[in-house]
Ligand binder design. Sequence first.
Ligand SMILES: [Fe+2]
Ligand SMILES: [Fe+2]
Length: 285
Amino acid sequence: MIGSIVHLSDTHFGGEADLSMIVAIENLIPDLEPTATVVSGDLTVRARHGELQAAAAFVRELERTAPVVVIPGNHDVQWWWRPLLPFSAALKYRKYCTYFGPDATPTLSLPEVFIASAVTAHGVAWGSLTLQPRDIAVKGHLPANEIQRVAELFHQADPAQLRVLVLHHNVLPGELSRRMGLARWKRAQQRIVESGAELVLCGHDHQESIGQLGDKVVVSCTGTCSTRSRGDRPSVFHKIGWDAESIQIEQYRWDGERRRFIRADVYVFARQSEVHAARVSARAS
Ligand SMILES: [Fe+2]
Ligand SMILES: [Fe+2]
């Protein structure tokens, strides 16, 4: 393997975090030796200071092993701050940014991997609105200018780097929820495929899923480290490794009796992007 990423999501610090899982992850991470760790949003329940402080302490512990990329989810956004009014976007993320830095869409560039992120949690915003009242402040959307910004970053990345996009909302349909995380999801999927991403990391659905977009972008949607696993199924997080030819996703499933995560199923995908294919053919010629 060239590198690996531990992908966590939906810790929901507050009344819903499962602290035995949090402790198990903190203990296991050094043994997994990731190149980087990603937490794809919903760190809290209601973006309260105490919840954000607990989440920040968890991230600091993860950073003892490898760099960590963190983005906000819909539960981390103070969407009730002047919803639908112009110039209010920064206010929604202000409290989150107090704890995780001024950039809600961080980028991490390492020799093996280029990780970019995009905010899909916009609270009550025009792009996230649907005809379903229960979607308000829950559904996300991927604005054109946001994915364009990411595409330009990927274009500048070294071809030797795996190009990874981190989002909060699930871009594959939930098996049990039967829901997509994003409004106007077909357009969002197309934009992701066109962005040059090779791997998408997301969460939100509270049920793990693995698949592809456009038969070439691998998607890791990881479960929750909270008591709200969908269907009361055992929680799952992912470790993703890659080499020149493939991307491999290992699932770690929670064993409640032994209070530890156990390595479970493994999925392997051939790397398919045009940039990667060009690199392989150049090496062969
Ligand atoms: Fe969540
Ligand atoms: Fe969420």
